[in-house]
Design a protein around this ligand. Structure first.
Ligand code: F6P
Length: 553
């Protein structure tokens, strides 16, 4: 049910911001940052998290105008409709209820008139029991040995979120304690190299394979699942499959046809989008197998705390809303097409790849939710690396080349504190020195006058001059634990939704991915007939035909 609303760019609030842009273009962050009163108003705290957005190219007036834009976009109403389970994913006629996946047991969240929270908790209970059986060794494999290693087969939303959370917890002291003697691996790519890497060093006798696929039809996942099924059968015989393979899916019929015992199929629902599914069995099952259910429960509680904050906090203090509005400002008004996600934490090395999917699959759209072509760009190109590695890679471009708004993410406490006696500061202080320094380097830059005062030789002055005025924001977490990882995830999920709500697009479908899938099916058929019947590839353009011929030679 698409509601016919005018494009957001036709509203007075949008036009007002366009006019305001001329004012902002005259400002420099050097001056904006000297106004302590402004900066104080651009800091928000919630539950130990601190967001500082004073290094955005925005004034208090800009923020007021962005809040008016939120009003014009009916943001309050759209958030309410999401939490109410209305079918806001109009092209697929579905609710968007990932918030129900981490809702407290007594919450009531309805989809199609039915409260989904008891179903969610039913699956959580099933995961708790199953993961405890595996972890305690009471569930054994075909040869009577406990299953200590897990390979998760899945791709896209059925892979990136769980991998991010697993990587984040891998060095969390509490999680490490719970994961002793266990391994968790992820097989996503259909490339046989990924299969080889995943099974390397593992024994099928002690391995559990979790096939994660919402549809149970995704080509890559199904081929990888069949490959691992063969690996198990070859070593242990066909009867071993139900003991060594379980599934997460909406499609229990296909799970059973594959040879997995339907009692070991963990449900997800059509109202959970793939890229928003890490809090469902998609993430909760693998993570519970590795770390135990109680650790994963803390992760869910963290995400839930942000859901409450997002739902009930006035927009001026609402972290995902502010972040979403600022992203709209950066993309649609200041014209910055990219965003760098820069966690000063190695444990967050898989955060940017996850957010790439959440953000780019959600908001890389060319039409409004009503199907009207958009006269403005949506979405941004997300990329990132942990600091300080990124500094030695692409920061030169960020400092002197193109302007790319940056998200700096840091933690007060390290998961693994180290202090070498001979060093002045701890390793974590060293890391965080960069977290604090980089945003100012981007904001202030370096003027030729400053360089002259430093006696820099004339010929080097142009090379060492930095215009500054480059926007960033800083998000400081107290620590990186299961709870705060859940918070971080939910902040970004909701930020992306806010951007989509303001742009007036559907952030919850992904027709572009479908287009590629259809074309690959045509190529697959041709490859098959060429290999089996020796036919020449046909029906493709000159370029593809030539490449296919070379490949088949
Ligand atoms: O990348 C496109 C996509 O449809 C994602 O949204 C989804 O998470 C992924 O493919 C995998 O789909 P499935 O879980 O059905 O295998």
């Amino acid at each position: 049910m698409a509601s016919s609303t005018a494009l957001i760019c036709e509203t007075e609030a949008w036009k007002d911001l366009k006019g305001h842009l001329e004012e902002i273009k005259k400002t420099h962050l050097r001056d904006l940052l000297s106004d302590a009163n402004r900066c104080q108003q651009m800091m928000v705290e919630f539950d130990g998290l601190m967001l500082d957005y004073s290094r955005q190219r925005a004034t208090v007036e800009t923020m007021d105008k962005l809040l008016s834009l939120a009003k014009a976009a009916q943001l309050t109403e759209k958030i309410r409709r999401m939490f109410k389970g209305e079918h806001i994913n109009t092209t697929e006629d579905r609710s968007v209820l990932h918030v129900a996946l981490r809702a407290p047991k007594d919450a009531v969240i309805k989809s199609n008139g039915e409260n989904v929270v008891p179903q969610v908790w039913g699956v959580l209970e099933q995961i708790k029991i199953f993961s405890e059986r595996i972890r305690s060794g009471s569930w054994v494999g075909a040869t009577g040995k406990p299953l200590k290693d897990v390979i998760v087969v899945g791709i896209g939303g059925s892979f990136l979120g769980p991998l991010f959370v697993h990587t984040a917890l891998q060095t969390d002291p509490e999680a490490v304690d719970c994961a002793k003697g266990r391994q968790l691996r992820f097989l996503a790519n259909v490339d046989p190299v990924d299969v080889a890497r995943n099974i390397n060093g593992l024994n099928p006798e002690t391995t559990l394979v979790v096939v994660v696929s919402k549809t149970f039809t995704t080509a890559e996942t199904m081929l990888n699942a069949r490959t691992l099924r063969d690996w198990i059968i070859k070593a242990l015989g066909g009867s071993a499959v139900p003991k060594h393979m379980v599934a997460v899916s909406t499609n229990h019929v296909k799970v059973e046809m594959f040879g997995i015992d339907p009692r070991n199929a963990f449900s997800i629902w059509s109202w959970v989008g793939g890229r928003y599914s890490v809090c469902s069995a998609v993430g909760v099952l693998p993570l519970s197998l590795q770390y135990g259910f109680s650790v994963v429960e803390k992760f869910l509680k963290g995400a839930s705390s942000i859901d409450q904050h997002f739902r009930s906090t006035p927009f001026e203090k609402n972290i995902p809303v502010l972040l979403g509005l600022l992203s709209v400002w950066n993309v649609s008004f200041l014209g910055h097409p990219a965003r760098a996600i820069l966690p000063y934490s190695q444990a967050l090395e898989k955060f940017a790849p996850h957010i790439q999917q959440v953000s780019m699959e959600s908001n890389g759209k060319g039409v409004s939710i009503d199907g009207l072509p958009l006269p403005f760009e949506t979405g941004e190109i997300d990329f990132g690396e942990p600091g300080t590695n990124g500094q030695h890679s692409f920061y030169q471009l960020i400092h002197q080349g193109r302007v790319i708004p940056c998200d700096f993410i840091g933690t007060v406490k390290s998961q693994q504190p180290v202090h070498l006696k001979r060093e002045e500061v701890s390793n974590h202080d060293e890391l965080m020195s960069n977290f604090f320094a980089q945003p100012d380097a981007l904001a202030y830059g370096k003027t030729p006058e400053e360089l002259q005062k430093e006696n820099v030789s004339e010929n080097l002055i142009p090379h060492k001059t930095f215009s500054g005025n480059r926007p960033s924001l800083s998000l400081l977490l107290p620590e990186l634990s299961a709870y705060t990882v859940g918070q971080l995830l939910a902040i970004y999920e909701h930020r992306v939704a806010v951007q989509g709500f303001v742009w007036g697009i559907n952030s919850f479908d992904q027709w572009g991915v479908e287009l590629g899938k259809v074309l690959a099916t045509q190529v697959r058929k041709q490859l098959h007939s060429s290999r089996t019947q020796g036919t020449a590839p046909e029906g493709f353009n000159f370029s593809t035909t030539t490449l296919l011929k070379r490949y088949l030679e």
